[in-house]
Design a protein around this ligand. Structure first.
Ligand code: SF4
Length: 433
């Protein structure tokens, strides 16, 4: 009889894709099948995130819970970014953990399940040309990695220490994977990397002269691919050629993530982000001018060491000028192995909390105005998911989540929808005949 695998995934889209790779390797090269019942699993995996402190704390309570609930003889493995940075410490602190597998070592999953107390966390390991087995959690959308690691050294970020230096995946492998996924029904391809528009910086097999804009053109030539999304681009690398391709290529979805982090040039310098407030505003405004319907989302950290009231006002200024459709905002969280955690001028937690609430309240009120303007508009929606209450949900090119009354017949289809009801995070509409 086959064995059962239970997997929990925390964090970003890269982790979701890593989990898909783990599932693919274990179900196709070993005798596993997926279960959503912890109690019946032979192997329990948690794919962790270490970008903020909270999920790291949560890890130990979570695996403690797994240990209590697991059936006799079941193994627990810890994977992902926290596995990379804590390594052996995890087994020391939680001896019932069978193995630790870093974010850059996913292809070794079939080995570590057989090696008691294995710790594979080499951040120099090169998986950029590894041919993973195939598994996708959605039949409609395919995540495709285009690079591993990150060469930036943002002073708040632990990722370069958990995912290592940046290596681009050869374009022919990316095109091959996108083509295969699209032929199997995934009309939307989601290109993933820590820093996608730095693509082409370094390959490990041979030199090539190609950048992210070239790659976008190549993927869009695949006939079965109807939509292309990507995350995350870096504001520094948003040159005119990239923005023009984004604006003019009809297959590229009109939704751009532009991680601002701070609106203050002084703080951006301390973060080593490589751009100024003015550069960010220039790129965002140019984008709005070129693509009037574009959605711009962002990440903002408040309370970074040294952030004064004036710096925070600069952030608010950018928020108001750009009118982001979505903001992922957080209080600065000091992370191990990062320079900013040792900066002397840490911001008082109460001050950071106040700034965060101000920012989030402001954005909620902006969202009311933004969403009201959607009433009566018509969007082409790609339907992907059944929702409770007889609804089906999908996304517009510019990333609105839109639901309509309907059934599975709509799944995987592009349908025009007229918006009849607005909300801050999603819209509701009627299918047009
Ligand atoms: S670009 Fe900066 S924030 Fe993004 S993963 Fe790299 S180091 Fe971290």
């Amino acid at each position: 009889m086959g064995k059962k695998l239970y997997i929990e995934t925390l964090g970003c889209a890269m982790n979701v894709r890593d989990s898909e790779h783990i599932i693919a390797e274990l179900t196709q090269k070993e005798d596993f099948s997926l279960t959503d019942r912890l109690e019946e699993a032979d192997l329990i995996l948690i794919n962790t995130c270490s970008v903020r402190e909270k999920p790291v704390h949560k890890l130990f309570s979570e695996i403690g819970y797994f240990n209590k609930k697991k059936k006799e003889g079941a193994k627990i493995g810890v994977c992902g970014c926290t596995a990379s940075h804590l390594g052996e410490e995890i087994i020391k602190k939680a001896p019932y953990v069978s193995f630790v597998l870093g974010a850059r070592n996913v292809s070794k999953i079939t080995e570590v399940i057989k090696k008691p107390k294995a710790v594979e966390v080499d951040i120099d390991y090169d998986e950029s040309t590894y041919a993973f087995s195939d598994f996708r959690s959605s039949p409609y959308k395919a995540f495709v990695n285009i690079s591993i690691g990150c060469d930036k050294k943002c002073t708040f970020c632990i990722v370069p220490n958990t995912r290592g230096e940046e290596i681009s995946i050869p374009p022919e492998l990316i095109v091959q994977e996108a083509r295969k996924a699209a032929k199997n029904g995934a009309k939307e391809v989601f290109l993933l990397g820590q820093n996608v528009n730095n693509y082409g910086r370094r390959f490990s097999d041979k030199e090539r002269n190609i950048d992210f804009t070239d790659l976008l053109k190549m993927v869009s030539e695949i006939e079965e691919v109807k939509r292309i999304r990507f995350t995350s681009p870096h504001p520094l690398h948003m040159d005119d050629r990239f923005l023009e391709e984004f604006a003019n290529n009809p297959k590229i979805c009109k939704s751009m993530h532009m991680p601002l982090q701070s609106g203050s040039t002084r703080i951006l310098r301390a973060m080593k982000r490589g751009y100024t407030k003015e550069w960010f505003l220039d790129r965002a405004m140019k984008l709005r001018e070129m693509v009037p319907d574009v959605h711009i989302s962002t990440d903002i950290i408040v309370g970074f060491p040294g952030e004064s009231d004036e710096d925070f006002v600069d952030t608010i200024d950018v928020v108001q000028k750009v009118g982001f459709e979505q903001i992922f905002s957080f209080k600065y969280s000091p992370r191990p192995l990062t320079p900013a955690k040792d900066y002397p001028n840490q911001v008082d937690d109460a001050v950071a909390s106040k700034r965060l609430s101000y920012l989030q309240d402001l954005h909620l009120s902006m969202l009311d105005t933004i969403s009201q303007k959607e009433l009566g508009k018509v969007y082409e929606v790609y339907f992907e998911e059944l929702k409770p209450g007889g609804y089906v949900a999908g996304r517009s090119s510019n990333n609105w989540i839109i639901k309509v009354k309907g059934s599975e017949e709509l799944l995987g289809k592009f349908v025009n929808v007229k918006i009849t009801k607005t909300g801050r995070l999603s819209l509701e509409g009627e299918v047009l005949a």
